[in-house]
Design a protein around this ligand. Structure first.
Ligand code: SF4
Ligand code: SF4
Length: 258
């Protein structure tokens, strides 16, 4: 029996033990997802010691920003729920005031004041969401990606309270009827779980960059912060960048050129 199959059966067994016996195997892993998951080792996979991203706001217009959002939400089956109290967001626009509270000033340029900034989970080095999760449904990988295992999530929402960036969403209702066109290669979720951006870990495992980066026309730069020769480090050397709420000490891995 292959390792991946053994792990799959173990996962099914574990779900019965923790009370998810009513969920079918297909709800746990949609067709195609199992083979594409990180359980299978792909020699083409992108590997890094500390993944990060630079968002160059000088190159990002609103149309491109929307393309990034649409691509992310489409491939990850993020439901389109209009009610702001129930909406699910992995990547979304924010004003400067909301994205960088405390950094605004009454003399700042009107252009920046009215600009929309693209925000997502910061993949923090020191993530409070991970510390408070009682089931380890959210955890940090060795390469810095803060993961969300929606099958282990018990919906306590401690992680949402702990995240100072509002980067997590809770499924107050069954999200499946709100998915316009389901991507069968990525799992759908259920009522009662938290979800967020996981830096396209499933694409990295296939050797692909995150979908938002691909859609961004070069405005989003993704790479290994630990590699001094990487493009992202070159960009960080050459530009002054800011991070969201850096004073809180969560050490975001998403940097902004304003
Ligand atoms: S932005 Fe929020 S959800 Fe993402 S790693 Fe940081 S604390 Fe966790
Ligand atoms: S990195 Fe991937 S999951 Fe995260 S916002 Fe971009 S497209 Fe979405």
């Amino acid at each position: 029996m292959s390792t991946s199959r053994r792990q799959f059966l173990k996962m099914i067994g574990a779900s019965a033990v923790i009370g998810l016996g009513g969920i079918s195997a297909f709800e746990i892993l949609q067709p195609g997802q199992f083979e594409a998951s990180q359980l299978s080792k792909n020699p083409e996979a992108l590997v890094g010691k500390r993944w990060g991203m630079v968002i160059d706001m000088k190159k990002l217009d609103n149309e491109t920003m929307q393309k990034c959002i649409d691509a992310c939400h489409r491939i990850h089956n993020v439901p389109n729920i209009d009610n702001p109290k129930e909406e699910i967001k992995w990547i979304w626009p924010e004003t400067f005031e909301h994205a960088f509270p405390g950094m605004e000033s009454k003399y700042m340029s009107e252009e920046i004041e009215h600009m929309q900034f693209l925000v997502l989970c910061n993949q923090c080095d020191n993530p409070p969401c991970v510390r408070v999760c009682p089931t380890k449904a959210t955890f940090k990988r060795a390469d810095g990606i803060v993961m969300m295992d929606m099958h282990r999530c018990i919906g306590c929402r401690f992680c949402m309270a702990a995240c100072p960036f509002g980067a997590r969403s809770f499924n107050w209702r069954n999200p499946r009827p709100f998915i316009k066109e389901e991507n069968r290669e990525y799992p759908t979720r259920m009522k009662g779980v938290v979800e967020k951006c996981t830096l396209c870990y499933e694409r990295l495992a296939k050797g692909l960059k995150p979908a938002c980066v691909e859609e961004s026309n070069g405005a989003l730069i993704f790479g290994d912060l630990d590699d001094p020769n990487s493009e992202i480090r070159k960009v960080l050397r050459e530009h002054y960048t800011i991070r969201r709420k850096s004073e809180l000490g969560t050490e975001p891995s998403i940097y902004y050129i304003i």
